[in-house]
Design a protein around this ligand. Structure first.
Ligand code: AHG
Ligand code: MN
Ligand code: MN
Length: 344
């Protein structure tokens, strides 16, 4: 089996980018250890701090953020960093040519129940050289199509890395003995058809009509218009759900909902939706908001949220056909909890 280093040598990447991928991979080995030791390392539980998005930060959100931030800051190829757990962008090295966006720990509500969590990363290039002190959020606001290396690390029964540099998707598995990532799937491919979907069903009454109609057809199974039974899975960590989709097909969605009128979308574009959408496309699948290809969105700010529908191409097409002709904002019957608690 090829090591990550051996594999990357065959890809003729810019050496600085290769080095950046090693920094991410090496840091994930330390994160994997902290996650594995759990209560023994005293890393479980929440802090009293909130991130810029108003979410209570878990201890491991902060620990993993600091690990990645410090390691990337020390890499001379890195010009700047944007993280879920940092209010603002962080400037790194003036000569650096890359920008790294990351979710240091995705699915952090799973930490305290010893379930799947992961790290998601997306790398962009600096489009212009700017003097130290002048890096701004504006430099990060590039569409997902501009990504140059993206992927995730999954801290599960095995620690795995999924990577794309635009030449397909590769899975690597961490050999805990040698601490090497080994290539275990060189050409990840998503089956175009599926009978498995992933959605948080508890939000059903808050979805837009197109999504309500689509899921309703799946739930009718063999006696419904789809004439087949569907299975459902929800890991509550996008990284785990997308890994399943890449491994055996499926449709994953976190759609628009009207539970909280101030927060109609959950997943963040720059460090959740974009890297996952690119992986899915590189593996032959599709990714959309319902109305637009995720990779074509021009970001307006680093913590922007978007609706996400991704996975097996034919199934995503069927879901999108429900959205055609509809307008974004075409609400379901229910209003928000705040507005209509009696209907809940
Ligand atoms: P994070 O832990 O980085 O804030 O992300 C959690 C996200 C995503 O990973 C997952 O798909 C979703 O939140 C789970 O949402 P529910 O709590 O609605 O299940
Ligand atoms: Mn996340
Ligand atoms: Mn997170």
């Amino acid at each position: 089996m090829q090591t990550l280093a051996q594999y990357l040598q065959t890809q003729s990447l810019n050496p600085a980018l290769e080095n950046l991928i090693f920094t991410l991979a090496d840091t994930s080995k330390a994160i994997s250890l902290a996650v594995r030791n759990g209560a023994l390392a005293g890393v479980l539980g929440a802090t009293e701090q909130e991130n810029v998005q108003g979410e209570t930060q878990k201890k491991l959100d902060i620990i993993t953020n600091d690990m990645l931030k410090n390691a990337l800051h020390d890499n001379l190829a890195v010009r700047g960093i944007a993280s879920e757990e940092e209010d603002n962008i962080v400037e790194a090295n003036s000569e650096g040519q890359y920008l790294v966006c990351f979710d240091p720990l995705d699915g952090s509500s799973n930490i305290d129940i010893n379930s799947l969590v992961g790290t998601i990363f997306s790398t962009l290039s600096m489009q212009e050289k700017v003097p130290q002190g002048e890096l701004s959020e504006q430099h990060f606001l590039q569409s997902g199509r501009k990504q140059i290396a993206s992927g995730y690390m999954l801290y599960g029964p095995s620690t795995m890395m999924a990577l794309t540099t635009g030449q397909g998707v590769q899975f690597f598995t961490l050999d805990h003995k040698t601490q090497e990532y080994l290539l275990t799937n060189e050409k990840v491919t998503i089956t175009p058809d599926t009978s498995e979907f992933a959605i948080n069903m508890s939000n059903q009454r808050f979805w837009e009509k197109p999504m309500q109609n689509y899921i309703d057809e799946l739930l009718q199974g063999a006696i419904g218009p789809r004439e087949k039974a569907f299975n459902m899975r929800w890991i509550a960590a996008m990284v785990g759900d997308v890994h399943r989709v890449l491994s055996r097909g499926g449709l994953f969605t976190y759609p628009t909902d009207h539970k909280n009128p101030n927060k109609p979308y959950k997943l963040r574009l720059m460090y959740e939706a974009n890297p996952m959408a690119w992986l899915v496309e590189q593996a032959g699948g599709k990714a959309s908001t319902g109305y637009e290809n995720i990779l074509d969105i021009q970001p307006s700010h680093i913590h922007q949220r978007v609706p996400v529908i991704l996975g097996s191409s034919n199934e995503v097409d069927i879901c999108l056909s429900h959205h055609q002709g509809g307008n974004q904002g075409d609400n379901g019957d229910e209003l928000s909890d705040q507005v209509a608690p009696s209907l809940v």
